[in-house]
Structure formats: C-alpha cells, structure tokens
Design a binder for this molecule. Structure first.
Ligand SMILES: Cc1ncc(COP(=O)(O)O)c(C=O)c1O
Length: 384
C-alpha cells in the first residue's frame, strides 16, 4: 500500500472527451442539421453492430426508451411488471407512466440482481412483463429469468442502462430479452451527454418505436426534408418527443470508438480495487464471474455488519479527504413517493444493501496516483 499525503480531489466519475468529440459537434453545427438525422442513424448502427442486435432506436434517455418499450409491448393499466427495487428510480417510474403497477422483488445478495425464484413467486394473473436490471454493469441471471418468463408467457425488457459492454455467457448484453434499453448519461461507461437506446431483434417493434419517438409521425423530419414532392405527414398513434439530437449522436459516435479502451481501463481499476481490499473482512467486494464480465459502470462495495463505522461516516471521512463516493443503489420502495403508494413492500436483502453499499470513484482516465489515494483513504477509514 502506498501512502499519499498531498490532498487531492477525486470525483466519483469523469467523462472522457477529446478533440474528436469537439470536432464532431462543430461539424454537425456547421451542417445546420442538428435534430435527429444522419448522425443518429450512424450511432444506432454502431451500437447495434457492437451489441449484435439487428435493430437500435436512439432516444432522448434510457428512461424514455424504457417507457417506449413498455408501451410497444402492450403494457398498460391493470398490468403488473416485476422489477427490482434496488435500482434507479426511473425503472419503477416508467411502469407507472403506463398505468401499470410495479411489483418489487428482492435481489440476490451476492450479485445485487433480481432473484429469479422471487420473480416466479411474485407472478399473478396480471403479470405481463419482467424488467431485470443489469445493475452497475453486471448482467442479471438471464437464462433463469427468460425461463421463468417463458413458463408464464411474459415479455422481458432489460434495463441495461449501466451495462453497455457487459456480457452474459459470451453474449454482449443487449439482445437477451424482447427489448433492451441503454443509457448514455455521463455516469455511464460512454456518454452522449444525455441519451438512450432501444434495442430489439424485432423489426416491426423497432419500426413502431421509430414512429412513436417522433410524435407518432408517419414521415420523419429528414424524409420530409429530402422529399422531391410535397409530403404531408399523418399521425396514427399517440406519440412522444423522445428523439435524440444529431449533436448528441455525434458525441456518441466518437465515444463508441473509445468503448473498448474505457472498458479495459475500468476492468484494470476494478482489479486493483479487488486486490487492495481483498483482506478487508468488513467489506464485500462486487461479484464477478467469467460468465458475467462486468462493465464496471461503478465500483460498488458493501460494508458488512462488522464494519467499524456506519456507511455515512465512511462517506463523510472520504469526502473530507477529497474523495467523492455515493450511496450504492437506492431502494425505490423506501423513497417517500413509493413508500406512500406501496407501504406494504418489504424486501430484506434490498433494504440491507441500500443501507450499506457505496460506490468508489472509477473512470477511464483515473490515474494510478488517484486510485492509490482512494485506496489509502478507504483503508485508513475502515481500519481506524
Ligand atoms: C438502472 C437504471 N435505469 C434507468 C436509468 C435512467 O437512465 P437515463 O438517465 O438515461 O434516463 C438509470 C440511470 O442512471 C439507471 O441506472
């Protein structure tokens, strides 16, 4: 262990942008075409090819992609959708947007992902979909979840917001259910500033997603722009404005070129954290397995009951040392809005994890000196 004495300020994450992203944005501005257009189409193709799914539809966020997925798969009032509570609040909000009811199921204590047995036990005659989250970038147990879905005739929508670049049994996350949604928010492995993507193997579903993301219009802006005779659009469906702009997509295209590097660096940083904390009995390290290589969107640790201090004190001491941490993942059912609507929900594993997990800084440009500083201060805090 190296001991670093100079005070540093280390953020929880930092996007990696260079001249390439700057040039790409300026180039789009100079063309005068900034709304969803050729850059969005090119970004969609890059992501679809990388993940290995035929269809990708870019959206303004993962939240809007998830909402589209639910609508397109016919989820609405009276239906139930099984989700984890140990996830970002958007996973549950999108279910409520459709009028359906989120049914919260507990997680596996090792992986922090949906427990397939709990999912099966929660199925009722109203259940229509399972929405697993590949939390923090670790693939959920898709074989078992898909098997449950098949036995009960349910659709599977993957909330893969943190998981671009994660794999499951040799397949990249993104085509393991009926539809998958990704996020390009700056906390993710790559970012477009904001943005999301809906992925599916079903061409008809993707075509409907393209129409619904742009107000339900029968012709896109670009189609009308290129039309050689007067083209009047029509609206057959209740649509939304869930478009991504070409400015965002231009950044996303450049970030895709960096994806392998970003994943490799995150893996290296995670390996160093694993090594540094391996002997720390009061900490549970993130689950990793050859079957489910992580994207390490975040590095999550869980303080065991024998930890010498409560999590908030550890976070406060790290903050005072100049190291940003964040609580691990929320328990949605404990947030005031959901507690009031779903007061009966009790999920023991989720509740412990939500109280005792925290995220450490991880980003592709993190230097060894920065990482040693984080390690040094966490060890000091937990050994004091
Ligand atoms: C699991 C999960 N789902 C959905 C979202 C929402 O993504 P976005 O910010 O792109 O809407 C996030 C964002 O952090 C997330 O972590």
């Amino acid at each position: 262990m190296s001991s670093v004495s100079t005070h540093m300020n280390i953020p929880i994450t930092k996007p990696m942008f260079g001249e390439e992203e700057e040039r790409a944005v300026v180039e789009v501005l100079r063309t005068g075409w900034v709304v969803q257009g050729p850059k969005v189409a090119a970004f969609e193709r890059l992501v679809a090819d990388y993940v290995g799914v035929p269809e990708a539809v870019a959206t303004s966020s993962c939240t809007t992609a998830l909402h589209l997925a639910l609508v397109l798969l016919g989820i609405g009032a009276g239906d139930e959708v099984i989700i984890p509570s140990f996830t970002f609040i958007a996973t549950a909000n999108v279910v409520l947007y459709t009028g359906a009811t989120p049914v919260f199921v507990d997680i596996d204590p090792q992986t922090d992902n949906l427990d397939p047995d709990g999912v099966e036990a929660a199925i009722t005659s109203r259940t229509k979909a399972i929405m697993p989250v590949h939390q923090i970038g670790l693939a959920a147990d898709m074989d078992r979840l898909n098997a449950v879905a098949q036995r009960h005739g349910l659709v599977v929508i993957e909330d893969a917001a943190p998981a671009l670049g994660a794999t499951y049994k040799g397949k990249r996350v993104g085509g393991l259910g009926n539809a998958t949604c990704l996020s390009f928010h700056p906390r993710k492995v790559i970012t477009a500033g904001e943005g999301g993507m809906f992925l599916t193997a079903d061409q008809a579903l993707a075509n409907r997603a393209r129409i619904l993301r742009t107000h339900g219009m029968s012709l896109s802006d670009l189609q009308r722009h290129h039309a050689t005779s007067v083209a009047i659009e029509e609206y057959y469906d209740l649509g939304y404005n869930y478009r991504m702009s070409d400015l965002h997509a231009a950044v996303g295209i450049e970030q895709m070129k960096r994806l392998d590097f970003m994943l490799m660096r995150r893996k290296q940083i995670a390996a160093r954290y694993h090594e540094a904390f391996a002997d720390l009995d009061c900490v549970q390290l993130p689950f990793s397995s050859c079957d489910q290589p992580h994207s390490y969107q975040s590095y999550i640790i869980q303080l065991r009951p024998e930890a010498p201090k409560p999590r908030e004190q550890v976070m406060q001491e790290m903050l005072e040392a100049g190291v940003a941490t964040r609580r691990g993942v929320m328990a949605i059912h404990l947030e005031p809005y959901y507690r009031q609507r779903f007061p009966q929900v009790k999920l023991p594993v989720t509740e412990v994890a939500a109280q005792s997990t925290l995220l450490l800084p991880i980003y592709a440009t993190m230097t060894d000196v920065e990482q040693e500083y984080v390690i040094d201060h966490l060890l000091r805090t937990l050994r004091a």
